[in-house]
Design a protein. Structure first.
Length: 169
């Protein structure tokens, strides 16, 4: 199951909850990113894409007979104003964080992030911290499938290979 979605070259989304709902919202945000790129000849900013997701989630809370989306997102990326991590909860409310986790194990993960995350961490240190958090927050110590994606300051999305991830464990 895919939980990390590339929205554009410089924006990704991570979902927790109903992944079918996530797929629908990510597809809409991808279309919005492409429309922005074609219209303005520049990439969309991270907040614009997060608002697209949040607005769509909020509309589904207004009418009887519509089920709210059962998914939360972290939309992250790098744009001309810097790096952003924006949470979109099922009500459509948006929050910006410096570092944040959601889903299973999020309480412990956020506690560790609060203690150990630092502004301007190197990519290697940030990935090492993420792997450490995953190892501590995962209750079942089975061979779990871990996916890690990085968006560099050069605005390039990249998923780490299985070999790169295995070296970090």
């Amino acid at each position: 199951m895919e939980k990390i979605f590339q929205v554009d070259d410089h924006i990704a989304a991570v979902a927790a909850g109903f992944l079918a709902d996530a797929r629908v919202l990510v597809n809409q945000s991808r279309v919005r990113a492409q429309i922005h790129k074609i219209t303005y000849e520049e990439p969309a900013d991270v907040w614009s894409i997060a608002r697209t997701i949040g607005d769509r989630m909020q509309v589904s809370t207004l009418y009887a007979g519509l089920r709210p989306f059962g998914v939360s997102f972290l939309v992250g990326g790098v744009d001309k104003s810097g790096s952003h991590i924006i949470e979109a909860d099922p009500s459509g409310t948006l929050f910006e964080w410096q570092a944040y986790a959601l889903g299973r194990g999020a309480v412990l993960a956020n506690k560790i992030l609060k203690q150990r995350w630092k502004q301007n961490m190197s990519e290697k240190d940030a990935v090492d911290l993420a792997v450490d958090i995953l190892n501590k927050a995962e209750k079942e110590k089975k061979e779990s499938v871990v996916d890690i994606a990085v968006i560099t300051s050069g605005r390039k999305f990249r998923k780490l290979t299985k070999e790169e991830i295995n070296k970090l464990k």
